[in-house]
Design a protein around this ligand. Structure first.
Ligand SMILES: Cc1ncc(COP(=O)(O)O)c(C=O)c1O
Length: 418
């Protein structure tokens, strides 16, 4: 009997992406800085990674609320109230804290209703295919998040037409929608803040093209939830001023520092999604204590404390961008909490990330396939609870890299991740 599991492993080892990464792991074991172990978390965003204390500039907990005593206490209370798990899919029941969290989320965002999933990945996998049938179409920005594209694949398997348009390009969106005709109605899916570059899409132009072509806008605002707009209500209200013909997906795990994802939508759509959305019906829910934490965090976001908290993030972002400016680097983003410094070449990106780490700062080195070939970036995630001296140190480390020719300068741009 052949060992078929062994045969599968051998086949996968020959697959191009696995070969690509295994080569990095083999040839540059000290450079790639992936798959590390987080040993401990200290104050002021210090973490112990692979046995070394560094300042973490790779955290999505942008407002620093993961360390907030009120959220920790809400989780403790939730644990006492519900235990670790509610033991059933939401098709049968939802804990009262989930009902309350969805109601509070809707009130905060000023939408009719929300539906919570265990992650944004599962929200995209659950909502996109559930919204369409074989009469409909979905198109996505080429650089939309991986999970949006996975949602398109599921929709395609269900019979919907699908397509991809060039990044941030309303003209190409028009071309792709027209090519997919005839359809009954369509969805145009984009990120609210592109996760690798920190840049924003031209939402108003995209919505105009969508509406002219019987399509709604679907915005995965994972990185904008709690970060952009009045009281952190996100990219869509900030850029468009309303939710007309627009669905918003948000994260509970990043700016909000809890756990999960959600879609904000009219009540009638919510009811249809509860019937049609596979991950919600056949999968488990967010662990109940985290739903108590979601209720607690929305109270903070919807209070006068929010502008103070957000102000700390803005001040840190300003300090970092002001520090980078004289270096003449090619910098993307900076509107929300993500700034990407373009390096380009894959190996140079890994080397630069390693140098920052050795100087005491963890910044994610992002290379293909997360960004296009030769468009590597150092993705810096600024948090409200970074200390000013840590930002001074990080800027000095970037200055060292720039002085040693390790980073792309403006005017010397061959490729970008935007
Ligand atoms: C735009 C976007 N969507 C989805 C996700 C995945 O979110 P989750 O970890 O909740 O599945 C991310 C993660 O960074 C993201 O940036």
């Amino acid at each position: 009997m052949p060992d078929l599991l062994d045969q599968f492993a051998t086949s996968l080892e020959g697959e191009v992406l696995v070969r690509h990464f295994e080569q990095y792991f083999r040839d540059y074991p000290d450079l790639h800085m992936k798959d590390m172990t987080l040993g401990a978390v200290g104050p002021d965003r210090k973490v112990n990674l692979n046995g070394r204390w560094v300042v973490n500039f790779g955290s999505d907990s942008f407002l620093g609320l993961d360390q907030d005593p009120r959220l920790k206490e809400a989780i403790r209370r939730g644990l006492e109230r519900w235990g670790t798990h509610n033991g059933t899919s939401r098709a049968f029941s939802s804990v009262a804290s989930c009902v309350e969290a969805e109601r509070k989320l809707a009130a905060w965002l000023k939408v009719e209703s929300t539906l919570i999933y265990p992650s944004v990945t599962l929200t995209n996998a659950g909502v996109l295919p559930a919204l369409v049938t074989r009469h409909d179409a979905i198109v996505a920005d080429q650089q939309a998040h991986h999970s949006v594209h996975e949602g398109l694949k599921l929709a395609h398997a269900g019979g919907a037409k699908t397509g991809v348009f060039a990044h941030d390009d309303p003209n190409d969106l028009e071309r792709v929608l027209k090519a997919l005709r005839p359809y009954r109605q369509a969805i145009v899916a984009v990120d609210g803040i592109f996760n690798m570059s920190g840049t924003l899409p031209p939402l108003a132009e995209l919505r105009a093209v969508a509406e002219a072509n019987d399509a709604i806008l679907y915005v995965d605002d994972a990185h904008g939830t709690g970060i952009l707009g009045e009281q952190g209500r996100g990219t869509v209200l900030d850029a468009l001023g309303d939710y007309r013909n627009t669905l918003v997906v948000g994260s509970l795990s990043k700016g909000l520092s809890c756990f999960g994802g959600f879609v904000a939508c009219p009540e009638r759509l919510r009811l249809a999604l509860k019937i049609r959305s596979g991950p919600l019906i056949f999968g488990g829910p967010v662990p109940p204590p985290y739903l108590d934490a979601v209720c607690a965090v929305i109270d903070i976001l919807d209070s006068p404390e929010y502008p103070i908290l957000r102000g700390r993030l803005s001040a840190n972002m300003r300090q970092f961008l002001d520090g980078l400016r004289p270096l003449g680097l090619h910098v993307l983003g900076g509107v929300g909490a993500i700034v990407s410094v373009v390096v380009g070449d894959e190996l140079a990106t890994l080397r630069a990330g390693r140098e920052l780490f050795d100087r005491g700062y963890f910044v994610q080195s992002i290379i293909f396939p997360a960004v296009p070939h030769h468009s590597g970036v150092l993705r810096v995630q600024i948090n409200a609870n970074h200390r000013p001296e840590s930002i001074v140190g990080l800027v000095a480390a970037f200055a060292y890299l720039a002085a040693n020719g390790c980073l792309l300068r403006i005017g010397n741009v061959k490729a970008t991740a935007s």
